[in-house]
Design a protein around this ligand. Structure first.
Ligand code: OXD
Ligand code: MN
Length: 589
Protein backbone atom coordinates (compact mmCIF):
# COMPACT_ATOMS: atom_id res chain seq x y z
CA UNK A 1 0.00 0.00 0.00
CA UNK A 2 1.32 3.44 -0.87
CA UNK A 3 1.98 5.45 2.27
CA UNK A 4 2.10 8.90 0.73
CA UNK A 5 0.57 10.81 -2.13
CA UNK A 6 3.44 13.30 -2.19
CA UNK A 7 3.93 13.50 -5.96
CA UNK A 8 7.67 14.15 -5.70
CA UNK A 9 7.92 10.79 -3.98
CA UNK A 10 5.44 8.83 -6.06
CA UNK A 11 6.61 10.11 -9.46
CA UNK A 12 10.20 9.25 -8.63
CA UNK A 13 9.26 5.80 -7.34
CA UNK A 14 7.30 5.12 -10.51
CA UNK A 15 10.31 6.11 -12.60
CA UNK A 16 12.54 3.77 -10.61
CA UNK A 17 10.01 0.93 -10.91
CA UNK A 18 9.86 1.43 -14.67
CA UNK A 19 13.65 1.24 -14.85
CA UNK A 20 14.51 -1.50 -12.35
CA UNK A 21 11.34 -3.60 -12.92
CA UNK A 22 10.91 -5.23 -9.50
CA UNK A 23 8.27 -7.98 -9.19
CA UNK A 24 6.77 -6.19 -6.23
CA UNK A 25 7.06 -2.96 -4.26
CA UNK A 26 6.78 -2.97 -0.48
CA UNK A 27 6.29 0.26 1.44
CA UNK A 28 8.13 0.09 4.76
CA UNK A 29 6.10 1.67 7.54
CA UNK A 30 8.55 1.17 10.41
CA UNK A 31 6.23 -1.12 12.39
CA UNK A 32 7.73 -3.95 14.39
CA UNK A 33 5.12 -6.24 12.84
CA UNK A 34 6.36 -5.59 9.32
CA UNK A 35 10.01 -5.86 10.34
CA UNK A 36 9.38 -9.18 12.10
CA UNK A 37 7.81 -10.52 8.91
CA UNK A 38 10.79 -9.38 6.85
CA UNK A 39 13.21 -11.01 9.27
CA UNK A 40 11.35 -14.30 8.92
CA UNK A 41 11.43 -14.04 5.14
CA UNK A 42 15.13 -13.19 5.17
CA UNK A 43 15.87 -16.19 7.37
CA UNK A 44 13.98 -18.38 4.89
CA UNK A 45 16.00 -17.10 1.94
CA UNK A 46 19.25 -17.42 3.90
CA UNK A 47 19.99 -13.68 3.72
CA UNK A 48 20.25 -13.66 7.51
CA UNK A 49 20.75 -16.43 10.07
CA UNK A 50 18.84 -16.44 13.34
CA UNK A 51 21.24 -16.60 16.27
CA UNK A 52 20.81 -18.37 19.61
CA UNK A 53 17.66 -16.76 21.04
CA UNK A 54 18.66 -17.45 24.61
CA UNK A 55 22.16 -16.00 24.37
CA UNK A 56 21.48 -13.34 21.75
CA UNK A 57 17.77 -12.53 21.66
CA UNK A 58 16.61 -10.81 18.50
CA UNK A 59 20.06 -11.15 16.89
CA UNK A 60 20.92 -12.25 13.36
CA UNK A 61 24.02 -12.90 11.29
CA UNK A 62 24.46 -11.64 7.76
CA UNK A 63 27.30 -12.55 5.41
CA UNK A 64 28.20 -10.23 2.60
CA UNK A 65 29.73 -11.39 -0.65
CA UNK A 66 33.46 -11.97 0.00
CA UNK A 67 34.29 -9.38 -2.68
CA UNK A 68 32.07 -6.84 -0.97
CA UNK A 69 33.25 -6.24 2.57
CA UNK A 70 34.21 -2.57 2.88
CA UNK A 71 33.62 0.89 1.53
CA UNK A 72 35.07 1.35 -1.94
CA UNK A 73 36.54 4.81 -2.18
CA UNK A 74 37.87 4.33 -5.68
CA UNK A 75 34.32 3.62 -6.86
CA UNK A 76 32.70 6.45 -4.90
CA UNK A 77 31.86 9.51 -6.99
CA UNK A 78 30.65 13.04 -6.54
CA UNK A 79 28.80 13.96 -9.71
CA UNK A 80 28.59 17.71 -10.18
CA UNK A 81 28.06 19.69 -13.36
CA UNK A 82 30.86 22.00 -12.30
CA UNK A 83 34.11 20.17 -13.16
CA UNK A 84 35.73 21.57 -10.02
CA UNK A 85 32.74 20.84 -7.75
CA UNK A 86 34.21 17.71 -6.18
CA UNK A 87 37.73 19.01 -5.61
CA UNK A 88 41.03 17.14 -5.88
CA UNK A 89 40.31 14.54 -3.19
CA UNK A 90 37.10 13.06 -4.62
CA UNK A 91 36.41 11.10 -7.76
CA UNK A 92 34.16 13.08 -10.00
CA UNK A 93 32.11 12.15 -13.01
CA UNK A 94 29.80 14.45 -14.96
CA UNK A 95 26.17 13.71 -13.98
CA UNK A 96 25.00 12.71 -17.50
CA UNK A 97 27.86 10.26 -17.88
CA UNK A 98 27.22 8.65 -14.48
CA UNK A 99 23.45 8.57 -15.00
CA UNK A 100 24.08 6.83 -18.31
CA UNK A 101 26.19 4.09 -16.71
CA UNK A 102 23.75 3.67 -13.85
CA UNK A 103 20.77 3.47 -16.17
CA UNK A 104 22.39 0.55 -17.99
CA UNK A 105 23.15 -1.23 -14.72
CA UNK A 106 19.76 -0.54 -13.14
CA UNK A 107 17.59 -1.43 -16.12
CA UNK A 108 15.82 -4.63 -15.13
CA UNK A 109 18.17 -5.04 -12.14
CA UNK A 110 15.31 -5.79 -9.73
CA UNK A 111 13.53 -8.33 -11.92
CA UNK A 112 12.52 -11.27 -9.75
CA UNK A 113 13.08 -9.17 -6.65
CA UNK A 114 11.10 -6.99 -4.28
CA UNK A 115 11.78 -3.29 -4.04
CA UNK A 116 11.41 -1.76 -0.59
CA UNK A 117 10.59 1.90 -0.02
CA UNK A 118 12.27 3.11 3.17
CA UNK A 119 11.34 6.53 4.59
CA UNK A 120 13.85 7.75 7.16
CA UNK A 121 14.90 10.79 9.08
CA UNK A 122 18.39 11.81 10.12
CA UNK A 123 17.93 13.59 13.42
CA UNK A 124 14.77 13.37 15.49
CA UNK A 125 11.75 13.64 13.16
CA UNK A 126 10.37 17.17 13.13
CA UNK A 127 13.41 18.68 14.88
CA UNK A 128 15.31 21.66 13.52
CA UNK A 129 18.24 19.45 12.68
CA UNK A 130 16.19 16.76 10.92
CA UNK A 131 16.64 15.94 7.26
CA UNK A 132 14.64 13.33 5.41
CA UNK A 133 15.48 10.65 2.95
CA UNK A 134 13.82 7.81 1.09
CA UNK A 135 15.85 4.80 0.11
CA UNK A 136 14.64 2.36 -2.52
CA UNK A 137 16.44 -0.96 -2.25
CA UNK A 138 16.22 -4.58 -3.28
CA UNK A 139 17.94 -5.75 -0.09
CA UNK A 140 16.09 -6.85 3.05
CA UNK A 141 19.42 -6.51 4.88
CA UNK A 142 19.33 -2.80 4.02
CA UNK A 143 15.76 -2.47 5.31
CA UNK A 144 16.63 -4.19 8.60
CA UNK A 145 19.81 -2.14 8.98
CA UNK A 146 18.15 1.17 8.16
CA UNK A 147 15.48 0.33 10.74
CA UNK A 148 18.28 0.22 13.32
CA UNK A 149 20.47 3.03 12.03
CA UNK A 150 17.92 5.76 11.31
CA UNK A 151 14.65 7.19 12.59
CA UNK A 152 12.67 5.15 10.12
CA UNK A 153 8.96 4.95 9.48
CA UNK A 154 5.87 6.44 7.91
CA UNK A 155 5.92 9.48 10.25
CA UNK A 156 8.57 10.81 7.87
CA UNK A 157 5.92 11.28 5.17
CA UNK A 158 3.90 13.42 7.55
CA UNK A 159 6.92 15.58 8.33
CA UNK A 160 7.70 15.86 4.63
CA UNK A 161 4.14 16.88 3.71
CA UNK A 162 3.83 17.69 0.05
CA UNK A 163 7.36 19.08 -0.13
CA UNK A 164 10.34 17.94 -2.17
CA UNK A 165 12.98 18.44 0.50
CA UNK A 166 14.28 14.92 0.80
CA UNK A 167 17.23 12.95 -0.49
CA UNK A 168 16.38 10.33 -3.08
CA UNK A 169 18.38 7.16 -2.59
CA UNK A 170 18.38 4.21 -4.95
CA UNK A 171 20.22 1.04 -4.12
CA UNK A 172 20.32 -2.17 -6.07
CA UNK A 173 22.54 -5.12 -5.39
CA UNK A 174 22.33 -5.70 -9.15
CA UNK A 175 24.85 -8.51 -9.78
CA UNK A 176 27.24 -7.51 -6.94
CA UNK A 177 29.80 -7.05 -9.69
CA UNK A 178 32.83 -5.24 -8.20
CA UNK A 179 33.80 -3.95 -11.66
CA UNK A 180 30.43 -2.26 -12.05
CA UNK A 181 30.13 -1.01 -8.48
CA UNK A 182 29.32 2.69 -8.15
CA UNK A 183 28.47 4.77 -5.11
CA UNK A 184 27.33 7.95 -6.83
CA UNK A 185 26.26 11.23 -5.27
CA UNK A 186 24.44 13.95 -7.18
CA UNK A 187 24.32 16.89 -4.75
CA UNK A 188 22.65 19.15 -7.32
CA UNK A 189 19.79 16.64 -7.69
CA UNK A 190 19.67 15.56 -4.03
CA UNK A 191 20.15 12.01 -5.25
CA UNK A 192 22.33 9.07 -4.27
CA UNK A 193 22.59 5.90 -6.35
CA UNK A 194 24.52 2.86 -5.17
CA UNK A 195 24.82 -0.26 -7.29
CA UNK A 196 26.47 -3.67 -7.22
CA UNK A 197 27.24 -3.70 -3.50
CA UNK A 198 25.46 -4.86 -0.37
CA UNK A 199 28.08 -3.82 2.21
CA UNK A 200 26.68 -1.42 4.84
CA UNK A 201 29.02 1.52 4.32
CA UNK A 202 28.15 1.53 0.59
CA UNK A 203 24.43 0.85 0.81
CA UNK A 204 22.98 2.23 4.05
CA UNK A 205 22.50 5.47 2.22
CA UNK A 206 21.52 7.42 5.33
CA UNK A 207 24.99 6.97 6.76
CA UNK A 208 28.16 8.07 4.98
CA UNK A 209 26.41 8.98 1.72
CA UNK A 210 23.74 11.28 3.14
CA UNK A 211 24.74 12.17 6.71
CA UNK A 212 28.26 13.10 5.59
CA UNK A 213 28.72 13.57 1.85
CA UNK A 214 25.37 15.14 0.96
CA UNK A 215 24.94 16.89 4.32
CA UNK A 216 28.41 18.42 4.13
CA UNK A 217 27.36 20.05 0.86
CA UNK A 218 24.06 21.39 2.23
CA UNK A 219 25.87 22.37 5.45
CA UNK A 220 28.04 24.78 3.47
CA UNK A 221 24.93 26.62 2.34
CA UNK A 222 23.06 26.39 5.64
CA UNK A 223 25.76 27.46 8.10
CA UNK A 224 26.10 23.95 9.47
CA UNK A 225 28.74 21.29 9.61
CA UNK A 226 28.26 17.57 8.96
CA UNK A 227 31.25 15.87 10.52
CA UNK A 228 32.75 12.42 11.00
CA UNK A 229 32.69 12.89 14.76
CA UNK A 230 31.58 11.18 17.92
CA UNK A 231 29.83 13.21 20.60
CA UNK A 232 30.67 12.57 24.23
CA UNK A 233 29.07 13.75 27.44
CA UNK A 234 31.39 14.15 30.42
CA UNK A 235 30.08 14.68 33.94
CA UNK A 236 32.71 15.62 36.49
CA UNK A 237 32.62 15.03 40.26
CA UNK A 238 31.10 18.48 40.72
CA UNK A 239 28.15 17.43 38.57
CA UNK A 240 29.14 19.71 35.70
CA UNK A 241 28.06 18.21 32.38
CA UNK A 242 30.05 19.11 29.28
CA UNK A 243 30.23 17.88 25.72
CA UNK A 244 32.96 17.33 23.23
CA UNK A 245 33.00 16.07 19.70
CA UNK A 246 35.90 14.20 18.20
CA UNK A 247 36.95 13.26 14.69
CA UNK A 248 39.08 10.20 14.04
CA UNK A 249 39.69 8.36 10.79
CA UNK A 250 37.90 5.01 10.48
CA UNK A 251 38.71 2.39 13.11
CA UNK A 252 40.90 4.53 15.37
CA UNK A 253 38.83 3.55 18.39
CA UNK A 254 36.10 6.11 17.87
CA UNK A 255 33.31 3.85 19.06
CA UNK A 256 35.44 2.87 22.06
CA UNK A 257 36.04 6.49 22.99
CA UNK A 258 32.36 7.31 22.48
CA UNK A 259 31.43 4.64 25.04
CA UNK A 260 34.43 5.06 27.33
CA UNK A 261 34.26 3.53 30.80
CA UNK A 262 36.32 5.61 33.24
CA UNK A 263 38.87 3.70 35.30
CA UNK A 264 37.83 2.85 38.85
CA UNK A 265 39.79 5.70 40.35
CA UNK A 266 37.75 8.15 38.24
CA UNK A 267 34.44 6.35 38.77
CA UNK A 268 34.98 6.45 42.52
CA UNK A 269 35.41 10.20 42.36
CA UNK A 270 32.15 10.55 40.45
CA UNK A 271 33.24 10.94 36.83
CA UNK A 272 30.67 9.74 34.31
CA UNK A 273 30.91 9.42 30.56
CA UNK A 274 27.87 9.06 28.34
CA UNK A 275 27.54 8.58 24.64
CA UNK A 276 25.61 10.90 22.35
CA UNK A 277 27.08 9.60 19.10
CA UNK A 278 29.87 7.36 17.85
CA UNK A 279 30.37 8.31 14.21
CA UNK A 280 28.59 11.36 12.87
CA UNK A 281 27.80 14.81 14.28
CA UNK A 282 25.75 17.56 12.74
CA UNK A 283 26.64 20.93 14.19
CA UNK A 284 25.21 24.42 13.99
CA UNK A 285 25.52 27.67 15.88
CA UNK A 286 22.99 28.25 18.64
CA UNK A 287 21.46 31.58 19.56
CA UNK A 288 23.81 31.63 22.56
CA UNK A 289 26.88 31.82 20.30
CA UNK A 290 27.93 28.25 21.08
CA UNK A 291 28.16 25.37 18.64
CA UNK A 292 25.39 22.78 19.13
CA UNK A 293 25.50 19.20 17.96
CA UNK A 294 23.26 16.22 17.34
CA UNK A 295 23.96 12.69 16.31
CA UNK A 296 21.73 12.26 13.26
CA UNK A 297 21.79 8.48 13.49
CA UNK A 298 19.75 6.11 15.61
CA UNK A 299 22.12 3.18 15.93
CA UNK A 300 25.72 2.08 15.85
CA UNK A 301 27.50 0.35 12.97
CA UNK A 302 30.71 -0.61 14.71
CA UNK A 303 33.77 -2.67 13.92
CA UNK A 304 33.86 -5.97 15.86
CA UNK A 305 37.43 -7.26 15.85
CA UNK A 306 39.11 -5.84 18.95
CA UNK A 307 35.81 -5.11 20.67
CA UNK A 308 36.04 -6.75 24.07
CA UNK A 309 35.50 -6.32 27.81
CA UNK A 310 38.54 -4.08 28.09
CA UNK A 311 38.22 -1.97 24.95
CA UNK A 312 34.47 -1.43 25.03
CA UNK A 313 32.30 -3.15 27.65
CA UNK A 314 29.38 -0.86 26.79
CA UNK A 315 29.39 -1.95 23.15
CA UNK A 316 29.59 -5.58 24.24
CA UNK A 317 26.54 -5.09 26.43
CA UNK A 318 24.73 -3.21 23.67
CA UNK A 319 25.11 -5.99 21.12
CA UNK A 320 23.60 -8.74 23.25
CA UNK A 321 20.15 -8.18 21.77
CA UNK A 322 18.37 -6.95 18.63
CA UNK A 323 21.67 -6.74 16.78
CA UNK A 324 22.58 -7.55 13.21
CA UNK A 325 26.07 -9.05 12.93
CA UNK A 326 27.92 -9.02 9.63
CA UNK A 327 30.84 -11.25 8.61
CA UNK A 328 31.75 -12.79 11.96
CA UNK A 329 32.40 -16.37 13.09
CA UNK A 330 29.31 -18.51 13.70
CA UNK A 331 29.79 -21.03 16.52
CA UNK A 332 28.27 -24.47 16.94
CA UNK A 333 25.96 -22.97 19.55
CA UNK A 334 24.72 -20.40 17.05
CA UNK A 335 26.49 -17.55 18.77
CA UNK A 336 29.14 -15.28 17.29
CA UNK A 337 32.84 -14.65 17.76
CA UNK A 338 35.49 -12.33 16.35
CA UNK A 339 39.22 -11.80 16.79
CA UNK A 340 40.33 -10.36 20.12
CA UNK A 341 36.92 -10.85 21.72
CA UNK A 342 38.63 -13.18 24.16
CA UNK A 343 41.43 -15.70 24.12
CA UNK A 344 39.07 -18.59 23.32
CA UNK A 345 38.43 -18.94 19.62
CA UNK A 346 35.63 -21.47 19.22
CA UNK A 347 36.20 -24.97 17.86
CA UNK A 348 33.91 -26.46 15.25
CA UNK A 349 32.79 -23.03 14.09
CA UNK A 350 32.48 -21.54 10.61
CA UNK A 351 34.32 -18.43 9.49
CA UNK A 352 32.81 -15.24 8.07
CA UNK A 353 32.50 -16.87 4.67
CA UNK A 354 30.57 -19.80 6.16
CA UNK A 355 33.45 -22.24 5.73
CA UNK A 356 34.62 -24.67 8.45
CA UNK A 357 37.27 -22.81 10.44
CA UNK A 358 40.25 -24.03 12.43
CA UNK A 359 41.50 -21.26 14.72
CA UNK A 360 44.96 -22.87 14.70
CA UNK A 361 45.47 -22.57 10.96
CA UNK A 362 46.46 -18.91 11.19
CA UNK A 363 43.50 -17.53 9.23
CA UNK A 364 41.14 -15.07 10.83
CA UNK A 365 37.63 -16.24 11.57
CA UNK A 366 35.86 -12.90 11.32
CA UNK A 367 36.56 -10.39 8.58
CA UNK A 368 38.76 -7.53 9.90
CA UNK A 369 35.93 -5.15 8.99
CA UNK A 370 33.15 -7.30 10.44
CA UNK A 371 30.43 -5.21 12.03
CA UNK A 372 27.58 -4.92 14.46
CA UNK A 373 24.46 -2.91 13.74
CA UNK A 374 22.70 -2.16 16.99
CA UNK A 375 20.07 0.34 18.16
CA UNK A 376 21.40 3.34 20.11
CA UNK A 377 18.94 2.64 22.92
CA UNK A 378 20.81 -0.62 23.63
CA UNK A 379 23.87 1.32 24.78
CA UNK A 380 24.03 1.26 28.59
CA UNK A 381 25.80 4.64 28.68
CA UNK A 382 23.55 6.44 26.19
CA UNK A 383 23.11 10.09 27.17
CA UNK A 384 19.63 11.30 28.05
CA UNK A 385 20.32 14.15 25.64
CA UNK A 386 20.56 11.71 22.78
CA UNK A 387 16.96 12.45 21.75
CA UNK A 388 17.12 16.14 22.57
CA UNK A 389 16.02 17.81 19.33
CA UNK A 390 18.15 20.90 19.94
CA UNK A 391 21.29 18.91 20.56
CA UNK A 392 24.09 19.56 23.02
CA UNK A 393 26.53 22.49 23.32
CA UNK A 394 30.08 21.58 22.33
CA UNK A 395 32.95 22.84 24.50
CA UNK A 396 35.81 21.08 22.73
CA UNK A 397 36.49 19.68 19.30
CA UNK A 398 39.11 16.95 19.25
CA UNK A 399 41.00 15.75 16.20
CA UNK A 400 42.86 12.45 16.39
CA UNK A 401 44.76 9.96 14.33
CA UNK A 402 46.88 6.89 14.57
CA UNK A 403 50.53 8.01 14.51
CA UNK A 404 53.29 5.80 15.82
CA UNK A 405 55.91 8.50 16.28
CA UNK A 406 54.97 11.95 15.12
CA UNK A 407 52.02 13.40 16.99
CA UNK A 408 52.03 14.06 20.74
CA UNK A 409 49.44 12.66 23.12
CA UNK A 410 47.59 15.97 23.14
CA UNK A 411 48.00 19.60 22.20
CA UNK A 412 45.63 22.52 22.07
CA UNK A 413 45.43 24.83 19.12
CA UNK A 414 46.13 28.49 19.75
CA UNK A 415 42.80 29.62 18.29
CA UNK A 416 40.06 28.51 15.89
CA UNK A 417 42.10 29.18 12.74
CA UNK A 418 45.03 27.22 14.11
CA UNK A 419 42.53 24.49 15.08
CA UNK A 420 41.19 24.31 11.53
CA UNK A 421 44.80 24.00 10.39
CA UNK A 422 45.33 21.15 12.90
CA UNK A 423 42.25 19.40 11.49
CA UNK A 424 43.39 19.96 7.93
CA UNK A 425 46.76 18.25 8.53
CA UNK A 426 45.35 15.17 10.27
CA UNK A 427 46.94 11.94 9.17
CA UNK A 428 46.57 8.34 10.16
CA UNK A 429 47.68 4.85 9.40
CA UNK A 430 45.01 3.17 7.27
CA UNK A 431 42.81 0.35 8.56
CA UNK A 432 40.49 -2.31 7.21
CA UNK A 433 37.34 -0.13 7.21
CA UNK A 434 37.99 0.84 3.61
CA UNK A 435 39.23 -1.45 0.89
CA UNK A 436 42.95 -1.01 0.12
CA UNK A 437 46.33 -1.23 1.81
CA UNK A 438 46.41 -1.37 5.60
CA UNK A 439 49.04 0.44 7.70
CA UNK A 440 49.97 3.18 5.24
CA UNK A 441 49.98 6.79 6.50
CA UNK A 442 47.46 8.88 4.68
CA UNK A 443 46.37 12.45 5.19
CA UNK A 444 42.78 12.55 6.30
CA UNK A 445 41.71 16.13 7.08
CA UNK A 446 39.07 16.23 9.81
CA UNK A 447 38.72 12.45 9.13
CA UNK A 448 36.59 13.61 6.20
CA UNK A 449 38.78 12.67 3.25
CA UNK A 450 36.36 9.96 2.05
CA UNK A 451 33.26 11.83 3.20
CA UNK A 452 33.50 15.49 2.24
CA UNK A 453 31.05 15.98 -0.64
CA UNK A 454 32.77 18.99 -2.18
CA UNK A 455 36.15 20.64 -2.64
CA UNK A 456 38.11 20.37 0.59
CA UNK A 457 39.60 23.80 0.07
CA UNK A 458 36.07 25.23 0.10
CA UNK A 459 35.28 23.02 3.07
CA UNK A 460 38.17 24.50 5.07
CA UNK A 461 36.99 27.96 4.08
CA UNK A 462 33.56 27.01 5.43
CA UNK A 463 35.13 25.84 8.71
CA UNK A 464 36.98 29.16 9.02
CA UNK A 465 33.75 31.07 8.36
CA UNK A 466 31.81 29.00 10.88
CA UNK A 467 34.33 29.80 13.60
CA UNK A 468 34.29 33.49 12.77
CA UNK A 469 30.53 33.47 13.32
CA UNK A 470 30.69 31.84 16.73
CA UNK A 471 30.89 34.06 19.77
CA UNK A 472 31.84 31.12 21.99
CA UNK A 473 33.57 28.76 19.62
CA UNK A 474 34.71 25.42 21.01
CA UNK A 475 38.43 25.08 21.74
CA UNK A 476 40.23 22.72 19.39
CA UNK A 477 42.60 19.92 20.43
CA UNK A 478 44.60 17.20 18.71
CA UNK A 479 45.21 13.80 20.30
CA UNK A 480 47.13 10.64 19.49
CA UNK A 481 46.60 7.55 21.64
CA UNK A 482 48.81 5.41 19.44
CA UNK A 483 52.37 6.58 20.03
CA UNK A 484 54.80 3.66 20.32
CA UNK A 485 58.11 2.92 21.98
CA UNK A 486 61.01 1.78 19.81
CA UNK A 487 60.12 -1.80 20.75
CA UNK A 488 56.70 -1.34 19.16
CA UNK A 489 54.71 -1.21 22.40
CA UNK A 490 52.15 1.52 22.99
CA UNK A 491 53.32 4.18 25.47
CA UNK A 492 49.86 5.35 26.48
CA UNK A 493 47.42 2.76 27.89
CA UNK A 494 44.46 4.22 25.96
CA UNK A 495 40.86 3.01 26.29
CA UNK A 496 39.25 4.15 29.58
CA UNK A 497 42.46 5.91 30.63
CA UNK A 498 41.89 8.43 27.85
CA UNK A 499 39.60 10.22 30.29
CA UNK A 500 42.77 11.64 31.83
CA UNK A 501 43.39 13.55 28.64
CA UNK A 502 39.73 14.56 28.36
CA UNK A 503 39.95 15.96 31.89
CA UNK A 504 42.81 18.22 30.85
CA UNK A 505 41.00 19.21 27.65
CA UNK A 506 37.88 20.28 29.54
CA UNK A 507 39.94 22.05 32.19
CA UNK A 508 41.52 24.07 29.38
CA UNK A 509 38.11 24.89 27.92
CA UNK A 510 37.01 26.41 31.20
CA UNK A 511 40.31 28.13 32.03
CA UNK A 512 40.96 25.86 34.99
CA UNK A 513 44.53 24.91 34.14
CA UNK A 514 47.63 26.56 32.66
CA UNK A 515 49.55 25.08 29.77
CA UNK A 516 53.01 25.25 28.23
CA UNK A 517 53.56 26.79 24.85
CA UNK A 518 55.16 24.43 22.35
CA UNK A 519 55.91 24.72 18.63
CA UNK A 520 52.68 22.86 17.91
CA UNK A 521 50.39 24.70 20.30
CA UNK A 522 49.58 24.49 24.01
CA UNK A 523 50.67 21.29 25.72
CA UNK A 524 49.96 20.11 29.25
CA UNK A 525 52.47 20.54 32.01
CA UNK A 526 53.46 16.98 32.83
CA UNK A 527 52.07 17.38 36.33
CA UNK A 528 48.65 18.37 34.95
CA UNK A 529 47.89 15.00 33.40
CA UNK A 530 46.57 12.89 36.24
CA UNK A 531 48.55 9.62 36.33
CA UNK A 532 47.27 8.37 39.70
CA UNK A 533 46.97 4.63 39.53
CA UNK A 534 48.76 4.48 36.18
CA UNK A 535 52.06 2.81 35.60
CA UNK A 536 53.59 5.61 33.56
CA UNK A 537 56.63 7.65 34.55
CA UNK A 538 56.88 11.43 34.22
CA UNK A 539 59.68 10.82 31.67
CA UNK A 540 57.43 8.61 29.55
CA UNK A 541 54.71 11.24 29.73
CA UNK A 542 57.19 13.89 28.70
CA UNK A 543 58.16 11.71 25.74
CA UNK A 544 54.47 11.33 24.83
CA UNK A 545 54.07 15.09 24.82
CA UNK A 546 57.21 15.77 22.83
CA UNK A 547 57.59 16.41 19.13
CA UNK A 548 60.64 15.36 17.15
CA UNK A 549 62.25 18.04 15.00
CA UNK A 550 63.21 15.86 12.05
CA UNK A 551 59.85 14.09 11.96
CA UNK A 552 58.06 17.43 11.99
CA UNK A 553 60.36 18.79 9.29
CA UNK A 554 59.30 15.97 7.01
CA UNK A 555 55.71 16.37 8.20
CA UNK A 556 55.80 20.02 7.11
CA UNK A 557 57.15 18.96 3.72
CA UNK A 558 54.32 16.45 3.31
CA UNK A 559 51.72 19.00 4.37
CA UNK A 560 53.06 21.48 1.83
CA UNK A 561 52.84 18.86 -0.87
CA UNK A 562 49.33 17.87 0.21
CA UNK A 563 48.23 21.50 0.30
CA UNK A 564 49.57 22.08 -3.19
CA UNK A 565 46.76 19.87 -4.56
CA UNK A 566 44.20 22.48 -3.61
CA UNK A 567 45.64 25.33 -5.69
CA UNK A 568 43.72 28.57 -5.31
CA UNK A 569 41.08 26.90 -3.14
CA UNK A 570 43.47 26.60 -0.20
CA UNK A 571 42.56 29.35 2.26
CA UNK A 572 45.44 31.82 2.74
CA UNK A 573 44.99 31.54 6.50
CA UNK A 574 45.96 27.86 6.41
CA UNK A 575 49.07 28.56 4.37
CA UNK A 576 50.02 31.22 6.97
CA UNK A 577 49.55 28.59 9.68
CA UNK A 578 51.84 26.21 7.83
CA UNK A 579 54.50 28.93 7.65
CA UNK A 580 54.16 29.50 11.39
CA UNK A 581 54.55 25.77 11.98
CA UNK A 582 57.60 25.61 9.72
CA UNK A 583 59.18 28.50 11.63
CA UNK A 584 58.34 26.92 14.97
CA UNK A 585 59.79 23.60 13.89
CA UNK A 586 62.93 25.47 12.85
CA UNK A 587 63.34 26.61 16.46
CA UNK A 588 62.99 23.08 17.90
CA UNK A 589 66.01 21.60 19.65
C1 OXD B 1 32.74 3.72 9.32
C2 OXD B 1 33.92 4.27 8.67
O1 OXD B 1 32.23 2.69 8.87
O2 OXD B 1 34.34 5.35 9.07
O3 OXD B 1 32.28 4.33 10.30
O4 OXD B 1 34.43 3.65 7.75
MN1 MN C 1 33.04 6.29 10.47
Amino acid sequence: MELTDNRFVTEWINEVIAMTQPDETVWIDGSEEQLAKLRLEAVKTGEIIKLNEKELPGCFLHRSDPRDVARVEERTFICTKDPSGAGPTNNRMAPEEMYGKLRDICTGAMRGRTMYVIPYSLGVIGSEFAKYGIELTDSVYVVLSMAIMTHMGKEVYKALGSGSDFIKGLHTKAKLDPEQRYIAHFPEDKTIISVNSAYGGNVLLGKKCFALRMASVSGRDENRLAEHMLILEVEDPKGRVRYLSAAFPSACGKTNLAMLVPPEIYRDKGWKIRCVGDDIAWLKPGEDGRLWAVNPENGFFGVLPGTNERSNPNALAAIKKNTLYTNVVLTKENTVWWERLDGNPPRGAVNWKGEPWDPDDGSSGAHPNSRFTTPAVNCPCLSREYFNPVGVPISAIVFGGRRTKTAPLVYQSRDWTHGVFAGSIMASETTAAAAGAVGVVRRDPMAMLPFCGYDMGDYWRHWLNMGAGLEKAPKIFSVNWFRKNDDGSFIWPGFGENIRVLEWILARCFDEVEADISPLGFIPKVSDINTDGLDISPEALERLLSADKSLWESECGEIREFYSKFGGKLPEELLRQLEILENNVGTME
